[in-house]
Write a protein that binds this ligand. Structure first.
Ligand code: NAD
Length: 422
């Protein structure tokens, strides 16, 4: 069976880029390992009076270019190999979009959906109690990721400030607006993805109005991606969540807000089929079927390893906009490349989230707040600059966009390591 360890995938991507981009051997040695791994046990008093202990993590991968930066994931399958890979990809992503952060990631192995709101708050505060000495605005700045929300960031920043005795909103990003969140941050990952896709469409001479899209995953990233694509004139013809999805048989394009309404009212996207959607025009699809639909653009926006060597052969889209981290495995990547399918890689496509987090952090540490317009203008410039750098490397090295982005990023991190001295 193919290796599904995401950290091994990240190392494969590093080695490939290092060979082609001639990354110095000492930089390569440093980048093969995280600087620090912290594992904690977090006790939570459950509603039934018992105590449950959850495993928590923070991996601080590399801070050569600035404080560690990266989200916290609450998921039943979260484990150290996954968090290590996600932390590594954060370091590479921050360098790809040239923001002054390193890379980190956190997680808790938990089925967050099974917790009551009180238990979820206790777990979130528990994560901070276990780790507050290792984070901070100039040290390590966490954010939301899968099944963590602005509300959870609110509890966390409150706990951090109580423990340290000072209000420090720049310790966490992705916060609610009333406590230092940034206007625009909520949808910045999707908007960054749209800017990248628009640039790519220009290079490939394709038009949004003639482009169909399928989106896998309908959380913060998938929903806003679908909504922004729809508003920009693309036709979103299929969408799914963890239970499955629906597709618009006539491929005219669905309204992502109608899908979201149905998901909320009926507990899942598939359940909207026939309830808020016209059953004659729509068809229920599984997540596997969604990936293999005849669409122009496929957007994996759920978890890693969605497209593997097993199903890569079935992909019919000509562009894969990888909005999830690690959504495409290296074996699948090679297969897609051979089929001339262009993959806009995670470390570029979903970097609007961390760029937005950077803007939020800048506002917090300067205590001066931006308009939404300034936020989206800065995001557009940042993403387009990053796209240009990656496209240039893709031309120079004659390689795919992922390897090109890794080359751009590892050179920048390597320069920082060299400038600071080992
Ligand atoms: P989220 O918790 O808001 O949403 C996750 C979505 O994926 C949900 O709709 C869930 O139902 C769906 N899902 C879960 N398992 C699935 C499965 N097996 N098949 C299909 N759908 C499934 O999470 P998010 O913040 O949207 O993150 C999604 C991805 O994007 C992750 O890989 C994350 O690391 C990455 N990402 C997130 C951000 C951000 O700002 N939130 C930024 C960059 C990258």
């Amino acid at each position: 069976m193919a290796n599904q360890n995401p950290f091994h995938h990240a190392l494969q991507q590093l080695e490939h880029a290092a060979t082609l981009g001639k990354i110095p051997a000492d930089v390569l040695e440093i980048l093969k390992r995280p600087q620090r791994i912290i594992e904690v046990s977090i006790p939570v008093r459950m509603d039934d009076g018992t105590v449950k202990v959850f495993e928590g993590y923070r991996v601080q991968y590399n801070d050569a270019r600035g404080p560690f930066k990266g989200g916290i994931r609450f998921h039943p399958k979260t484990n150290l190999a996954e968090v290590k890979a996600l932390a590594f990809w954060m370091a590479i992503k921050c360098a790809t979009v040239d923001i002054p952060f390193g890379g980190g990631k956190g997680g808790v192995t938990v089925d967050a959906k099974s917790l009551s709101p009180r238990e979820l708050e206790a777990l979130s505060r528990g994560w901070v109690k276990s780790l507050y000495k290792n984070i901070g605005p100039e040290v390590d700045v966490p954010a939301p990721d899968v099944y963590t929300t602005p509300q959870i960031m609110g509890w966390m920043v409150d706990e951090y400030s109580k423990l340290t005795g000072k209000w420090q909103p720049g310790t966490f990003t992705g916060k609610p607006l009333t406590i230092g969140g940034a206007l625009g941050r909520e949808y910045s990952t999707g908007l960054g993805g749209l800017f990248v896709l628009n640039q790519l469409m220009g290079k490939l001479k394709k038009k949004p109005s003639q482009t169909t899209v399928a989106v896998q995953g309908y959380g913060n990233v998938g929903y806003f991606m679908a909504k922004l694509l729809h508003e920009a004139g693309y036709k979103v013809v299929a969408a799914s969540d963890s239970h499955g999805g629906i597709m618009d048989v006539a491929k005219k394009g669905m309204d992502p807000d109608v899908i979201m309404k149905g998901k909320k009212e009926h507990g899942g996207i598939t359940a909207t089929y026939g309830n808020v959607t016209d059953a004659k025009k729509y068809r229920a699809v599984t997540n596997e079927q969604l990936l293999a639909l005849s669409v122009d653009v496929l957007v994996p926006a759920a978890l890693e390893n969605a497209i593997t060597e097993k199903n890569a052969g079935k992909i019919k889209a000509s562009i894969v906009l990888e909005m999830s981290n690690g959504g495409v495995t290296p074996d699948a990547d090679a297969k897609l490349h051979r089929k001339n399918i262009v993959v806009a890689p995670d470390i570029l496509a979903n970097a609007g989230g961390v760029a937005g987090s950077y803007f939020e952090w800048v506002q917090n540490i300067t205590n001066s707040y931006w308009t939404e317009k300034k936020f989206t203008t800065e995001l557009k410039e940042t993403m387009e600059r990053a796209f240009d750098a990656v496209w240039k490397a893709h031309d120079t090295y004659g390689t795919d966009l992922r390897t090109a982005a890794w080359i751009v990023a590892t050179k920048r991190i390597g320069d920082a390591i060299t400038a600071r001295g080992i």
